[in-house]
Design a binder for this molecule. Structure first.
Ligand code: FE2
Ligand code: FE2
Length: 476
């Protein structure tokens, strides 16, 4: 676990609340005053006790500097207020609108317990966001089917904005959104949400990484060089926040055209005939344009994503459509294509197992980096953003043990079985495989990248009780 995430307060008896909850409260117009000074482990003051926090960025910054669970002391004039100025009772604050249970804060006796509580809170929040997004996309699909192409774009923008805020809140939260898929409609719901969240995370990283570089460069040469946005090979394009939000809407909508393709063709597991392949292709060549036109959607980011997310990323890339010069494919469309491939390969379908996310991301990187070196900036952001083992998932180690992921950074793992797969009767030591090396520098235990991830359902009966409760939300 990242030691920076620990914090100390001047009043250790105050109830501690997840900072993500507080950020959400302030974003919705509420206010927070801690009543106690909050420091990180380096002694840096993150939140001053008497300051009434009305700007969510203050909390976002505190989180970046190490705040995870924040004490709020009512005895010391601290408290929480909703957007109408009404005081929120502390015990009910932890239960969110989805009906999440109050985290067992009193039980946070160790880092591991505290981390498990955080994972539970995050998973419940993700489950709530996922259900909201799913009902949104479901309504859109039903409306398109019933009307021959029309739907209400407004709730889509609101839903996508919520997803963007959720995945922007902290590292790897998007990984909590994935679900097992049981039908094609389920696949479309899931795929729309996944491509939206994965693509958004990659684009944010791309924009932050290269946007910062561009800004530094421009500051060094202030007045000498105008900001240029090249039309081809857009490796160094900076996207504004509103552009990124439209791009995210495009990701959410990228496959809407499939609703107008015969389910028989989409569900076919064997080789498609040329006519069937043309029908599948029509989801971007014809149907997407029809839906966009009927709903008067003209934003170029949304239009480009819907029309070109199957275009080639290098010269003569096979099975790509429509015909399009690969050098003219905008960066955000390239990201959509990569997220699309990644999600298809890492999703479990009725006819195939899910593949290991780290293995998939490595394959995608080598496939494209070798064919088009100029894609490297996009691939760099992609590799850095996805292919992680999400906290709360279960992985297999090369020595045969199963381990619960406490933190995707590292990753930080808690072994839960012995090397023969028998559940451990006592809690094991936390390990970080990359740091688990012999004196010669050879790693003795690694995550087994050949094995697909283990579904929560499969792992459930192998886990000790204190971890089982964190998985229940996965198949609630
Ligand atoms: Fe598609
Ligand atoms: Fe897709």
């Amino acid at each position: 676990m990242n030691a920076d995430q620990q914090q100390v307060a001047s009043d250790p008896n105050s109830p501690h609340l997840p900072i993500d909850r507080l950020i959400e409260l302030v974003r919705s117009g509420g206010k927070v005053r801690t009543g106690v000074d909050v420091f990180n482990k380096h002694g840096l003051l993150l939140l001053e006790k008497s300051v009434l926090v009305e700007d969510p960025q203050i909390l976002v910054k505190a989180r970046k500097l190490g705040a995870a669970m924040v004490p709020v002391s009512e005895q010391q004039t601290g408290g929480l207020w909703d957007r109408k100025g009404r005081k929120i009772a502390l015990p009910s604050m932890a239960a969110d609108a989805a009906g999440a249970e109050k985290p067992n804060l009193a039980a946070a006796a160790s880092d591991v317990d505290r981390r498990i509580n955080e994972i539970m809170t995050m998973k419940k929040e993700a489950a709530y966001k996922y259900e909201k997004a799913k009902s949104c996309i479901k309504e859109v699909l039903e409306s398109i089917r019933a009307s021959g192409g029309e739907f209400d774009p407004e709730p889509v923008a609101a839903t996508v904005n919520e997803l963007v805020d959720f995945v922007s809140n902290s590292d790897n939260t998007f990984a909590y959104l994935t679900r097992e898929i049981f039908s094609y409609d389920d696949y479309l719901y899931n795929h729309s949400i996944n491509v939206c969240t994965i693509g958004t995370v990659v684009m944010q990283r791309f924009s932050n990484t290269f946007g910062t570089a561009i800004n530094t460069f421009l500051n060094l040469h202030a007045g000498e060089i105008p900001l240029v946005r090249p039309d081809d090979e857009q490796s160094f394009v900076y996207y504004t926040d509103s552009e990124l939000r439209n791009i995210a809407i495009g990701y959410f909508m990228h496959d809407l055209g499939k609703v107008m393709v015969a389910p028989r063709t989409l569900n076919k597991t064997g080789k498609l005939t040329p006519a069937e392949f043309a029908e599948v292709r029509s989801h971007v060549t014809d149907k997407a344009s029809l839906i966009l036109e009927k709903n008067k959607i003209t934003d170029p980011h949304i239009v480009n994503v819907c029309r070109y997310h199957h275009a080639g990323l290098f010269r003569h890339e096979p099975d790509c459509y429509p015909e399009h010069d690969y050098r003219q494919v905008p960066t955000y469309v390239k990201v959509c294509k990569l997220a699309d491939i990644y999600d298809a390969m890492t999703s479990k379908r009725c006819y195939k197992e899910a593949m290991n996310p780290v293995g998939v991301v490595t394959d995608i990187f080598h496939h494209y980096a070798g064919k088009n070196p100029l894609l490297q900036y996009v691939l760099h952001s992609f590799v850095k953003s996805v292919g992680i083992y999400p906290a709360g998932s279960v992985v297999t180690l090369t020595n045969g043990q199963l381990a619960y992921v406490l933190d995707s950074n590292g990753p930080t793992l808690l072994p839960v079985t012995d090397t023969g797969g028998i559940p451990l009767s006592r809690r094991a030591e936390v390990i970080i495989p990359d740091q688990n090396q012999t004196a010669e520098g050879e790693q003795v235990i690694k995550v087994d990248r050949r094995r697909p991830p283990i579904s929560p359902l499969e792992a459930f009966h192998l886990l000790p009780g204190y971890l089982r409760r964190t998985l229940e939300v996965d198949f609630a």
